[in-house]
Design a protein. Structure first.
Length: 211
């Protein structure tokens, strides 16, 4: 009967919602892994035979500072798989590889049904959220292509297709306490669970009176 009463109270006080948040910086470890492993997964589709055993200069253009990670990761992949040599000077290179990063970031989606968090008001106590169902998903997304130019003439030698990949992390919470996670990441960091007990907050300090 007590469990039924608690369940009915949660239903009566429940709220639901769906939200999407922009990525936050500085990037947390999970967010960094999502982006890095999305880039790594994109290499499954990269095929640039004209760069085999030749010297190239790597350049990049994008809308975020993370674009340089994509450039260096692509350069490492070309060196490992094709024997491409990365040089700094155009007169030493046969081609200039210009990496165009169209998107590199994360999206965070949340769905919630239950009692939302209650902040202390008249009484010095705050209750954490009590979810009957909560779903959190964070997805790392990358999309880029390469324009390859002849270093001596600047003539366009090849344009690759757009390479698009994602990596995802999900967390489900059911009936307040049952939490489990799924992920496409390799060795994702273990995240702490939200507190399952009320958080006591002290009342505001009273101003000092006259001596």
């Amino acid at each position: 009967m007590q469990l039924c009463a608690i369940f009915i109270a949660l239903v009566l006080l429940s709220a639901c919602g769906v939200s999407r948040d922009a990525s936050k910086s500085p990037r947390a470890a999970t967010e960094q892994l999502l982006l890095a492993q999305a880039v790594e997964r994109s290499f499954e589709d990269v095929s640039v035979p004209i760069l085999k055993d030749v010297a190239v200069v790597m350049e990049v253009a994008g809308l975020t500072p993370d674009q340089y990670y994509v450039r260096d990761a692509v350069a490492g992949h070309l060196a490992r798989t094709l024997g491409t040599r990365i040089v700094d000077r155009h007169d030493q290179a046969k081609y200039v590889v210009h990496v165009m990063v169209q998107a590199l970031g994360t999206e965070l989606d949340q769905s919630f049904f239950g009692m939302p968090q209650v902040q202390g008001g008249l009484i010095p106590i705050a209750l954490p959220e009590l979810p009957l169902y909560k779903f959190i998903r964070e997805v790392g997304y990358v999309r880029y292509a390469m324009n390859i130019y002849e270093s001596a003439t600047g003539r366009l030698a090849m344009t690759t297709p757009w390479y698009t990949k994602t990596a995802a992390w999900r967390q489900y919470t059911i009936f307040i306490f049952l939490t489990f996670r799924t992920s496409t990441l390799t060795d994702p960091p273990e995240l702490s669970r939200p507190p399952a007990v009320p958080i006591l907050t002290p009342p505001p300090a009273e101003p000092d009176g006259p001596n």
